[in-house]
Design a protein around this ligand. Structure first.
Ligand code: PMP
Length: 335
């Protein structure tokens, strides 16, 4: 039978595809393959952590029948948790900042979750901040469970148990480098640890990080536009002993690569995926990787969530990326 029992059974086992144009155009000889996490049922790598975090909370008794999941998130983790909550009959409440688009809130509500909106423009310690609002809700609601993806060891553990083995098996042990963006750090720490153990330390683990994030330059932390990656603090989910090096990529280069992945490779992925691919190409070029090397890049989510931003020329121009729009423009038939 190839009919899955539930959507949870469709999490993981995402495919790997070789890039055929971008690395070659940059003079890279190594194979660069992308793991397409948008093939998960909730549309991102975060389905993996949602399932494992909820499994663990059920086992430990933190989450009981009729329980309520409360988390401050607008993004992929919210979608993963909302989907698993729906499947298991839990109520889910997400606290999001008011900068979060209506379409992202609509996705969470579509799965039956409740969305509480908090102001963006306040300090994290302000009682109105989405962190503090979620703390208060979790304390006040009987049976509430707060997954806290930044601190929860089940995030990296889910990637150690699933993402790592999948890549090792799909590449038949030929992977030499693993590249992933770092947000909570769960993906790179769990997957990287597995791949290092499986290869007796041979696989190199490379983090991709936005310009402005603490991981690549703690002395120059500032705002940036790439979503889902980079931080201004070190979360517990990030094990710094696993990454061998970190490649810094700016917004413009990440977005240009994201647009080129759609136009030249047929891969509609998000900005953190473009950033990770840009980092892989840069690393392969700077380190003269050759035909014998296989670089696997994890692409966390789909470009469909960014149609109003990275794939919108008006938004790109308004945010200082007019040159990227020009460089990735298609020749017009009218001219
Ligand atoms: N890209 C996107 C779009 C994400 O939502 C996340 C998760 N925050 C990441 C990359 C980074 O993954 P991780 O938290 O496991 O480091």
């Amino acid at each position: 039978m190839t009919i899955a029992d539930s959507t949870a059974d469709l999490i993981g086992n995402t495919p790997l595809v070789k890039l055929r144009h971008l690395p070659q155009a940059a003079g890279v000889k190594a194979t660069i393959a992308v793991k397409l996490e948008y093939m998960n049922p909730g549309g991102s790598s975060k389905d993996r952590i949602a399932e494992r975090i909820i499994d663990a909370a059920e086992r430990s008794g933190q989450l009981k029948p009729g329980g309520v999941i409360v988390e401050p998130t607008s993004g992929n983790t919210g979608v993963g948790l909302a989907m698993v909550a729906q499947q298991r009959g839990y109520r889910a409440i997400f606290v999001v900042q008011d900068k979060v688009s209506e379409s992202k809130r609509a996705v969470l509500r579509a799965y039956g979750a409740e969305v509480v909106v908090a102001p963006t423009d306040v300090e994290p310690d302000d009682p109105r901040s989405y962190y503090r609002v979620s703390d208060r809700l979790a304390a006040a609601i009987p049976g509430a469970f707060k997954p806290n993806q930044y601190d929860n060891p089940n995030g990296p553990a889910s990637h150690y148990a699933t993402t790592g083995p999948e890549i090792w098996q799909a590449s038949e042990g030929r992977i030499t480098h693993f590249v992933a963006g770092i947000g909570t750090g769960g993906t790179i720490s769990g997957t990287g640890r597995y791949l290092k153990e499986a290869s007796d330390g041979a696989v190199k683990v490379i983090g991709a990080d936005p310009e402005g994030s603490i991981y690549s330059n703690p002395d120059d932390v500032h705002q940036y536009k790439i979503e889902g990656v980079g931080e201004d603090f070190y979360p517990k989910a990030f094990d710094r002993t696993i990454t061998d090096s970190i490649v810094q990529i700016g917004d413009a280069e990440a977005f240009e690569t994201t647009r080129r992945l759609a136009a030249e490779e047929g891969l509609l992925v998000g900005g953190s995926s473009g950033m990770a691919v840009a980092a892989a190409i840069k690393y392969a070029r700077d380190n003269d990787l050759d035909e014998s090397q296989t670089v696997v890049v994890l692409a966390p989510d789909s470009g469909r969530s960014y149609l109003d931003k990275i794939f919108n020329d008006e938004w790109m121009r308004a945010n200082g990326f007019a040159d990227v729009v020009e460089r990735t423009a298609r020749p017009s038939l009218a001219e």
